[in-house]
Design a protein around this ligand. Structure first.
Ligand code: NDP
Length: 282
C-alpha cells in the first residue's frame, strides 16, 4: 500500500481563495498586527509570510518590530495601544520571545476578542470547555481542517497525538474531543509509544524529533499528520519518516507542503472571524 498524500499547500490555497472572496464583501479591510521582538531569523521569515498571506487575500498587516532588549513594559504598552485601536482586529506576538520576557504574561495582555492565535487563557478555556466562541490556535485548527476534508466525519476515530504543548497537542486534543474523536495524548514520559500509535486511526506527530515515527508504529491504512518542522543537514523534514511510513499509511501529510501552509491560512481565517465578531457586536 502507498499512502495518498494530503496536499496542505493546495488545501491552503483553496481556503485562501475562499477567504479573499469573503474579504471582498466587507466594507473595510480586516487588519492583523504582528508583534516581533528581536531578530530570530526563522521568526522574521514566518512574519513576512504572514504579512504576505494577509495582503494576498485583501487584508492589511503591520509587523511591529521591537528591539531584542525591549522591556516587558514596552511590549505590553504596544499591546495596549493595539487593543485600543479600532482599526486593529487581530493581534499576535511571535514566539519565541527573548528569554528575559514572560511570554504568558505578555500573551495575557491581548484582548480576548483580538487574540487570533488563541493562546490566551480565556480562549483556551473556551476551547477546553467546548464553547464555540473560542479562537482556536491556527496549527491545531489546520490539522483538524485537513482531517475533516480528507476523512469527513471524525466521530469515534481513535487519534493518538504525540506532544502536549499549549500551541499544538493540548488544543488539538480538545478540538478533536469536541468533535467526538477518542483522543490519546502522549509526551516524553509516555511508555510504549509505538504500541499506542499502532492502535490509532489517526496519528498526529508534534514532538519536534526528526523522523521518529516509523512504519511499524502505524496501523495499515491509518491517517498520519506530521506537524514537526526539523532540519537534517539543512533539509527540512517532519517528525514522521515519510518514505517509510507512506508504505503503510492510508493518508499522509508531507513536510514541507503539509501542515505549515494550513497554519498560515487558519491565522487569516481567525483574523477574518475577529473582524466579523467585532463588527457584528457593535
Ligand atoms: P514543544 O517542544 O513545545 O513540545 C514538544 C512536545 O513533544 C512535548 O509535549 C514533549 O513532551 C513531546 N515529546 C518530546 N519528546 C518526545 C518523545 N520522545 N516521545 C513523545 N513525545 C515527546 O514543541 P511544539 O509543540 O511547539 O512543536 C512541535 C513540533 O511542531 C516542532 O517541530 C515545531 O517546529 C513544529 N510546529 C510546526 C508548526 C507548523 O505550522 N507546521 C506550528 C507549531 C509547531 P513533554 O511535554 O513531556 O516535554
Amino acid at each position: 500500500m502507498t499512502a495518498q498524500i494530503i496536499d496542505g499547500k493546495l488545501m491552503a490555497q483553496n481556503l485562501r481563495k475562499e477567504l479573499a472572496e469573503e474579504v471582498k464583501k466587507l466594507n473595510k479591510q480586516p487588519h492583523l498586527a504582528v508583534i516581533l521582538v528581536g531578530n530570530d531569523e526563522a521568526s522574521i521569515i514566518y512574519d513576512r509570510n504572514k504579512k504576505k498571506a494577509a495582503e494576498d487575500i485583501g487584508m492589511t498587516c503591520d509587523i511591529h518590530h521591537l528591539p531584542e532588549e525591549s522591556s516587558e513594559e514596552e511590549v505590553i504598552s504596544l499591546i495596549n495601544e493595539l487593543n485600543n485601536d479600532n482599526n486593529v482586529n487581530g493581534i499576535i506576538v511571535q514566539m519565541p520571545l527573548p528569554k528575559h520576557l514572560d511570554s504568558n504574561k505578555i500573551i495575557e495582555q491581548i484582548q480576548a476578542n483580538k487574540d487570533v492565535d488563541g493562546f490566551g487563557f480565556y480562549n483556551m478555556g473556551l476551547l477546553h470547555s467546548n464553547n464555540k466562541n473560542a479562537f482556536i490556535a491556527a496549527t491545531p485548527q489546520g490539522v483538524f481542517y485537513m482531517l475533516q476534508k480528507t476523512l469527513g466525519d471524525l466521530s469515534g476515530l481513535h487519534t493518538v497525538i504525540i506532544g502536549r504543548s499549549n500551541i499544538v497537542g493540548r488544543p488539538l486534543a480538545s478540538l478533536l474531543l469536541n468533535n467526538h474523536c477518542t483522543v490519546t495524548v502522549t509526551h516524553s514520559k509516555t511508555k510504549n509509544l509505538p504500541e499506542l500509535t499502532k492502535q490509532a486511526d489517526i496519528v498526529v506527530a508534534a514532538c519536534g524529533i526528526a523522523k521518529i515515527v516509523k512504519k511499524d508504529w502505524i496501523k495499515n491504512g491509518a491517517t498520519v499528520i506530521d506537524v514537526g518542522i526539523n532540519r537534517i543537514d539543512g533539509k527540512l523534514c517532519g517528525d514522521v519518516d515519510f518514505e517509510d511510513v507512506k508504505e503503510v499509511a492510508g493518508f499522509i501529510t508531507p513536510v514541507p507542503g503539509g501542515v505549515g501552509p494550513m497554519t498560515v491560512a487558519m491565522l487569516m481565517n481567525n483574523t477574518l472571524l475577529a473582524y466579523i465578531k467585532q463588527n457584528t457586536s457593535l
